[in-house]
Design a protein around this ligand. Structure first.
Ligand code: MSP
Length: 640
C-alpha cells in the first residue's frame, strides 16, 4: 500500500493578481500530485487565498471596494486561473470561510488556555507590507529586506505567543528529521536562525488599527495576526480535529513554498502545531524565485509575467514543461521568453516532437498505420538494451520526482529520447524495409520504438498531461485504455500488435526565433507571436468559428486598463465585448461602426468584466486596425 499524499501551496494574498510565481508553485503541486496518482496514491491537493490583514484593506480602498467585495473578486481570479493551467486541486480554501474562522478561534483559545499566549506592551519596528514586526538584525540598512521601505515605530499592547519555549524542541526536531526542510540550504538557514534566541511572536492587532481579521476569542478588541490565521488553513481545510480527511492526510502533509516565507513555515508553523498538540507536518519543500531580467517581478517595475498570456501564445504543456525544466528546485531562475522559445524548439519540437513523428511516419509507411507483430526469435537480438534502458529511466524518474528534482526527472527522460535516436541509427529501419527477408526485424524495431514512446508518454504525464494523452491516442490507445500508472508503464510489451494508429500529428510546432520576445520593450503583441505557431486546420474546424457582423452600440474606456475598451455590440443579440484597441481607437470612433466578431469564443473575464466574444483586428507594433465591411449589413449576419 502506498501512503496517501497531501500537498499544499501557500494561500496567496489577494492584494495582487496571480502571476508567474504563483503559477509556478501551484503547477509544482499539480505535477507532484499527478505523479503520486501514477503511484496509485490517494491524494489531496490544497490551495487557496489569504484574505485578512492590512494589505487587503489598503488594496480594497484603492479600488473603492469594500474588503468583502474586493476579496471575492481577487480570490475568484486565482480560483479561475488554476483550471486554465490544467491544475487539478482538490479543495480551494479561503481564510474568510466561516469554518476556517471558527477553527482559528478554537485553536487560539486552546493555546491561550494552555498558557502559551500572554498580554504585554510592545514597541517595535513594523513593516506594513509584511504585516510583521522586524528586529534590528533582520533589517538591511534599516529597511525591510523584502519591501525596501523603512519600517514604522509602533508602540501598542498586544498578545504574544511564547515561541521561545519551543526553540530547543524545534532544533532537535530538525536534527532528528533530516528531510523535514529541503533543499538543504533552507534547512541550514532555519537552523542558523535558531542559533539566536527566538523572540516571542506578536499574534494580535488592535481593532483600533485593523478590523479586517478574525476576532480573538479571549479579547474582542483585537484581531488575529494574519500569519497565525493563514497557517492554520492547512489543517482547517482537512476538517481538523475530527474530519476523516484530517486523519487520512495530515500524517503525510507536505508543504510547498518559496524562500520568501521560509520563516513562518519553518519556525512559526511547527511551533504552533506543537503548542496546539497537533503532530508536525512531514515535509517543507522550498523553491527559489523566478526573476525577470535578474530582478524580482514587481508591478512598479512593470515586469510581471502573466501565465495566461504565455499559455495562449505557446501552449499550456510547453509552458508547464519550461517551468519544470528550467528551474532547479531550490534555486532562483531567470525567466525570459527567449529561453522559453529555445526550450520549446530544442527539447519539444526537435527532440520529442521529431522522434514521435519519425517513428509514427515509419508505422504509416511500412505498416499502413498498424502496430506490428513481434517475433520472439528476433526480439532479443534487436533489443540492444532498449528495454533495460527504459526501465532504468523509469527508476531514475521515480527517484527524482519523489525528491522534487523535476529538472533531473526530465533530463532522465531526455537521455532516453537520445538513446532511442541512437537505437534508430543502429538498427536502420529504412534499410531493413528494403528487403523482404528483414521484415521480422523491421517489425521488432518499430514495435520497440512504439513501446518506448508509450513509456515516454507516461513519464511526461505529470508535467504535460494533455500531450501525454495525445501521444497515447496516436499510439492507438483509446481514451478508456490510457494509463499513466507507473506499474503499467513498467510492463514492456503492453501495446497490442494489430492496433491501428490514427493519422500523424505535429506534437510541438517550431517557433520562429527571429520574432521579438513578448516581454522585451517594443514587443509585438501576443497575437503576432501566436500567428507563427498556428497549426493547419481543416474546413470543418474553420466552420466551427462563428464569425458575425456586429454593430457597436456603445463604447467606453476602462479607467484602469490602458489598452481596453468595453463595447456593447449588436450581433442579433446584445453582447459585451472587451477589446484591447484603445491605443488606436477612442470610444467615439467605434460607435455606429460595423465590425467582425468571433461570437462563440469561450467568455473570459478581463479587468473583472466578462467579455462575450472577440473583436477581430490586425495588430501591428503600436497600433491596430479593426476588421470592418465595405457596406452595411444586418447585425448578426454570418461571415463564411
Ligand atoms: N499569504 C502568504 C502565504 C500564506 S501561507 C499560509 C503569502 N502570499 S503571497 O501571495 O505573497 O505568495 C507567496 C508565494 O507565491 C511564494 O512563497 C511562492 O510560492 C509564490 N511566488 C510569488 N512570487 C514568486 C516568484 N517570483 N517566484 C516563485 N514563486 C513566487 O506569502
Amino acid at each position: 500500500m502506498v501512503n496517501p499524499f497531501y500537498i499544499t501551496t501557500p494561500i496567496y494574498y489577494v492584494n495582487a493578481r496571480p502571476h508567474l510565481g504563483h503559477a509556478y508553485t501551484t503547477i509544482v503541486a499539480d505535477v507532484a500530485c499527478r505523479f503520486h496518482s501514477m503511484l496509485q496514491a490517494e491524494s489531496f491537493f490544497l490551495t487557496g487565498t489569504d484574505e485578512h490583514g492590512d494589505k487587503v484593506v489598503r488594496a480594497a480602498k484603492k479600488e473603492n471596494l469594500s474588503p468583502r467585495t474586493y476579496v471575492d473578486k481577487i480570490s475568484g481570479l486565482f480560483r479561475d486561473l488554476w483550471p486554465e493551467l490544467n491544475i487539478k486541486y482538490s479543495y480551494f480554501i479561503r481564510t474568510t470561510d466561516p469554518s476556517h474562522m471558527v477553527l482559528v478561534k478554537q485553536i487560539m483559545q486552546q493555546i491561550y488556555d494552555s498558557g502559551d499566549i500572554y498580554f504585554s506592551e510592545y514597541q517595535g519596528l513594523y513593516c506594513f507590507g509584511c504585516e510583521r514586526f522586524y528586529s534590528d538584525r533582520e533589517l538591511v540598512d534599516g529597511k525591510c529586506p523584502d519591501h525596501e521601505t523603512t519600517p514604522e515605530l509602533i508602540k501598542e499592547s498586544n498578545y504574544f505567543f511564547k515561541m521561545s519555549r519551543y526553540q530547543d524542541w524545534l532544533i532537535d526536531h530538525i536534527h532528528d528529521n533530516p528531510d523535514f526542510i529541503s533543499p538543504e540550504q533552507y534547512r541550514n538557514e532555519v537552523l542558523s536562525f535558531l542559533k539566536e534566541p527566538l523572540e516571542d511572536l506578536c499574534i494580535s492587532r488592535p481593532k483600533t488599527r485593523l478590523k479586517w481579521g478574525i476576532t480573538l476569542p479571549f479579547d474582542k478588541e483585537y484581531v488575529t495576526y494574519v500569519w497565525f490565521d493563514a497557517l492554520l488553513n492547512y489543517v482547517s481545510a482537512l476538517g481538523y480535529p475530527d474530519g476523516d480527511r484530517f486523519k487520512t492526510f495530515w500524517p503525510h502533509a507536505q508543504h510547498i513554498i518559496a524562500k520568501d516565507i521560509l520563516k513562518p513555515h519553518g519556525i512559526y508553523w511547527p511551533i504552533m502545531l506543537k503548542a496546539a498538540g497537533i503532530p508536525v507536518y512531514k515535509h517543507l519543500h522550498v523553491h527559489g524565485y523566478w526573476n525577470v531580467d535578474q530582478s524580482k517581478m514587481s508591478k512598479s517595475i512593470g515586469n510581471v509575467v502573466e501565465p495566461l498570456q504565455l499559455k495562449n501564445v505557446y501552449g499550456l504543456d510547453a509552458f508547464r514543461f519550461f517551468l519544470m525544466r528550467d528551474m532547479t528546485f531550490g534555486l532562483d531562475s531567470n525567466f525570459s521568453e527567449e529561453a522559453l522559445i529555445q526550450r520549446i524548439n530544442s527539447d519539444l519540437a526537435n527532440d520529442l516532437g521529431n522522434l514521435f513523428s519519425r517513428v509514427l511516419a515509419m508505422v504509416h509507411k511500412y505498416f499502413s498505420r498498424v502496430v506490428p507483430e513481434i517475433d520472439i526469435d528476433v526480439e532479443s537480438e534487436l533489443d540492444l538494451g532498449l528495454e533495460s534502458e527504459a526501465l532504468e529511466t523509469i527508476a531514475k524518474f521515480e527517484e527524482h520526482m519523489k525528491g522534487f528534482a523535476f529538472n533531473k526527472a526530465i533530463m532522465a527522460i531526455w537521455e532516453f529520447i537520445n538513446h532511442m535516436n541512437k537505437y534508430i541509427d543502429l538498427t536502420t529501419p529504412w534499410v531493413l524495409a528494403k528487403k523482404k527477408s528483414s521484415r521480422k526485424q523491421l517489425e521488432v524495431v518499430i514495435y520497440n520504438l512504439l513501446e518506448s514512446l508509450r513509456i515516454i508518454s507516461g513519464l511526461i504525464y505529470p508535467i504535460m498531461p494533455e500531450t501525454a494523452k495525445n501521444m497515447q491516442k496516436h499510439l492507438g490507445i483509446g481514451p478508456k485504455k490510457q494509463s499513466f500508472s507507473l506499474d503499467i508503464l513498467k510492463k514492456w510489451k503492453t501495446l497490442i500488435p494489430g492496433t491501428r494508429v490514427p493519422k500523424s500529428i505535429t506534437l510541438f510546432p517550431r517557433i520562429d526565433l527571429e520574432k521579438e520576445p513578448m516581454t522585451s520593450p517594443g514587443r509585438k503583441d501576443t497575437k503576432d507571436m501566436a500567428l507563427d505557431i498556428k497549426p493547419e486546420i481543416t474546413l470543418e474546424e474553420f466552420n466551427k468559428i462563428d464569425l458575425r457582423v456586429a454593430t457597436v452600440i456603445h463604447a467606453e474606456a476602462l479607467p484602469r486598463a490602458k489598452k481596453l475598451l468595453k463595447l456593447e455590440v449588436d450581433i442579433g443579440e446584445i453582447r459585451t465585448i472587451v477589446a484591447g484597441i484603445s491605443e488606436t481607437y477612442s470610444p467615439e470612433d467605434l460607435e455606429g461602426k460595423q465590425v467582425v466578431v468571433v461570437a462563440n469564443l469561450k467568455p473570459a473575464k478581463l479587468m473583472g468584466i466578462l467579455s462575450n466574444g472577440m473583436l477581430l483586428a490586425a495588430v501591428e507594433k503600436d497600433s491596430c486596425a479593426v476588421a470592418t465591411l465595405d457596406k452595411k449589413v444586418k447585425p448578426g449576419t454570418s461571415l463564411n
